[in-house]
Design a protein around this ligand. Sequence first.
Ligand code: ADP
Ligand code: ZN
Ligand code: ZN
Length: 707
Amino acid sequence: MYYYSIALSRNLLPPLVYHSKEKIEDGSRVIAPVRSAKRLGYVVGVVKEPTFKTRDIIKIVDEKSLLNEMMIKLAHEMAHKYISPIGEMFDLFFPPSSAKNSRRKSKKNKYITLKSSISKLLNSRLGVRETELVEYLLESNVIDYSIALKKFPYSTIQSLLRKGYVEIVEAEATSALKKRIYLNDGQSKIVNDVISYPLRPHLIYGVTGSGKTEVYFEIADRVLSFDKKVLLLVPEISLTPQLLSRTRARFPHKNIGVYHSALGQSRKIEWERAVNGKVDILLGTRSAVWVPIKNLGLIVVDEEQDESYKQYAMRPYYNAVDVARRRAELERTILLLASATPRVETYYAAKEKKLSMHKIDFRPVGKMPKISIVDMRHRKGEILSNELVTEMEKVARNGNQTFLFVPKKGFSTRIQCQDCGYIFTCPNCDVALTYHKAQGIIKCHYCGHAETIPQKCPKCGSSNITHGGVGTERVEQEVSKIFPGLRVRRIDREEINNIESLERVLRDISQMKVDIVVGTKMITKGLDFPRVALVGIVDADHVFGLPDFRATERAFQLVAQMSGRAGRGVEGRVMIQSREPNNVALLSVIKGRFNDFYESELKRRKALDYPPFRELILITAEGHISNETKKQAEIVSEILKPGPFEILGPVEASIFKLISLYRYQLLLKCDDLPKAIKFLTIHLKKGALGFDPAGVLKIDVQPYSTF
Ligand code: ADP
Ligand code: ZN
Ligand code: ZN
């Protein structure tokens, strides 16, 4: 008989011991009994026969473990680092539905993918619906057969199958006709440097549009020629359609996989293809860093600065960039970070020679845009300045496009009674409600609470209610009023709520069916449209004002990234409306001297003891009763007092009440992060506190933000 330590899936407890007559590999999935239920678990090790009675493993899911030794090591290390149960870490290696579907594994899902080359498709005459399905596949790679049946007539699918343009089950390479790009000297040098030092982490620090993508494509090409696989991470799902078609065009004979949370059923299929070695390049978001691809040769993290790499809304709170870095080390693959605006920590690590930094200062095609600030001081109530409107008019006359960035969605973001000063806030959260005019409601962006717009102040009964704070909807209305003849589109989570509608609007923009785009953060990154001649940042100050140590860095990145959307194919201009025109971060973007920003920010961080000089751990106690929660935070603070860190708090979190939970925070500043983690691991165990820490405490190691 063998005895195994089994970490249960979605479980906060330490591993439990079970037995089996079979020999099972570490990392294998098994089904184990828990009381009267059957649960998915992972073998984390063989143990000696325990003194207590154990139960029999019901079923072995993986005859051979899909995880190699290094991946198992990675899971253990990350569980330790992020103070998370090991079972939760193992969950990350598998697509989310694996727990439920593992028993029906033999029943394969059918899906459709392209079979024929693009050139052949272009030369063939297809029906309207056939073309639609083919276009869909060109952008999303695969479609679930059952979904295809709902979207397209059965006859369309059959006819494409008969003609051999598509096939069911497995993907094959497609090819695209695209002119070949020859790297310039600077780009080639980076490729050579990286290939010469494959075991050092590398950062490509190049302005937007400087050819970073072409550089990592070339490195990927070399890696693929050694029969190794490539993992390509992007921060957001919205960036995958564009990069996918570009990757496909660059590697027409390779199998490309896609992995992110919006895939539904095909997520599992893509995962299986990748794990079975059928994918050469896997393109995915944060969660893709865990896909147990064998024979990995390169991990690319594009836009490494992006906060989406940090999982903070859901356990475990890991940062995919750090996971990528460690995975690359363990599996001895090349690690490549790319960014026009790296994190301050990453910049510092490069300065300290902990990673190699490769700079690119110019665009191979197109010029950098001209950037200017529009001083908005003393201009009350003006949403779009005359300067910006005049420029927009010019751009439209030349048949080019304008992108306007607005930090918040909705119409107005502050609804206030003019007589008593009351601000309409969410009953569940400590935040102001946003007015959504199109829907005629006021809404909370944190918990989704919505109500019809009140006619009277609930506090004093006055009907003198005003709208302050400008959101995308308001700007859209304003723009439509000023330019009634132009086609305006809004891109925010309210308007664009699935990948299809996103793809549609991106296609419309590239086909020049849109003149002006008004959007939130969704339009800041990665998008590459040649005809954007003007970028307007409607309100830069809002981002600087957030109560967080990273606010300046965020604002700098946002302004720089947003500026990067301009001038790719035509001459570009950027206009930043701000009431703080002498801000260092803004000035460094305007002058194109990014290092000024990094140096000044490093000085500030050092003075304030923030990362990268000291590491942070944020502990948040959450509960329904404010006093109880506060008491728990105080108990934790008391226990942590002798620890190797400085403790700030407990204080009320900046958003004190969120989704009906009161929140108290402790911020730990640590000189030695591993030591601090060890202390927390030992002292915050169940029992030590008189309550279960996992239930009420959120422990975020190296949080991305502190509010
Ligand atoms: P980044 O990833 O830094 O934003 P990209 O790799 O997307 O930059 O390059 C921006 C544009 O310049 C793309 O259209 C790309 O095809 C083009 N480009 C990049 N390198 C070269 C080159 N060496 N020669 C010609 N065009 C290039
Ligand atoms: Zn009032
Ligand atoms: Zn709310």
